[in-house]
Design a protein around this ligand. Sequence first.
Ligand SMILES: C[S@@+](CC[C@H](N)C(=O)[O-])C[C@H]1O[C@@H](n2cnc3c(N)ncnc32)[C@H](O)[C@@H]1O
Length: 240
Amino acid sequence: MIKISKRLKAVASYCPVEAKVVDVGSGHGKLPLYLCQAGVASQVIAVELNTNPLANIRRLVQPYVDQVEVRTGNGLQPVCAEEMEVVCIAGLSALIMTQILETATAKLTMTTRLILQPTRYPQVVRQWLLDNGWELIAEQMVEEKSRRKPKTHTILVAEQGKPFNPYQVDKRLSVSDLIYLGPFLWRSRSALLRYQVEREIERWQKSFRRFTISGVEKSDKKRDQIEKHIGWLQSLLDQW
Ligand SMILES: C[S@@+](CC[C@H](N)C(=O)[O-])C[C@H]1O[C@@H](n2cnc3c(N)ncnc32)[C@H](O)[C@@H]1O
C-alpha cells in the first residue's frame, strides 16, 4: 500500500466506498492510487492541469489502469456530470478551488459529495459552499510535521442540502463568526482550531506594533482596523 500523508489519508477517509471519484489537481497521483488500493473508489478520474506530472501519475496508477483514468485539463472541464459522483480537490488554494467549482456549478448536479482541502483560508470555501447550496457535513483539522514548524490543514466535506443547517450550532456566534471558525470545528472545540486562532492573533499583534511605530495618519487607520480585528478574534476565544 502506498504511503500517503496524514492530510491525504484524512481526505480519503471521507470518500464513500464504491464511489466514482474525480481528483482535481492530482499532482503526484498518490490519492487516486491509495483510493484504489484501499478498495474505496470504484473508479477515479485524475485531472491535472500541468503536463509535467502526467507521466508520473500514469506510471504510478499503471497497476490500476482499469480503475484510474488520467486526464489533462483545467479543473472539472475534462469531466462530464455523470462521472463526478464525488469530487476531491486537495492542496490547491481556496481561490483556485472556488473558481474551479464556480465554473462547474451547472455540472455538479449529479455530484453527491465534495471533499475539499484548501491550502489556506478555509473560510473562503465555506462561504462558497453556503452561497451555492452545499451543506457542510464534516470538518477535520490535521497537523503534520514540516521542516520549519508544524502545519495544520483543514478538510471540508459537503453534500447538497440545507447550507445554513450547520450554522445553527451556537446562538452566541453569528454565521460569519462560524464561517471563519468552522461550525463543526467549533462544536468539537478543536484544539488545533484554538491554536490556529491564537497564532492568528499573535500575527496581527505583530503587525499592529509595526503600524504603531510609524505614527502617520494612514497607519492610524490601519492600526484601528487591526485592533478591531484582534478584538473580534479575541471575542471568539472568550466564548470558547
Ligand atoms: C500542490 S499539488 C496538490 C497535489 C495533491 N492533490 C495533494 O493534495 O497532495 C496541486 C496540483 O494541482 C494542479 N493544479 C493547479 N490548478 C489546477 C487546475 N485548475 N486544474 C487541474 N489541476 C490544477 C497543479 O498542477 C498541481 O499538480
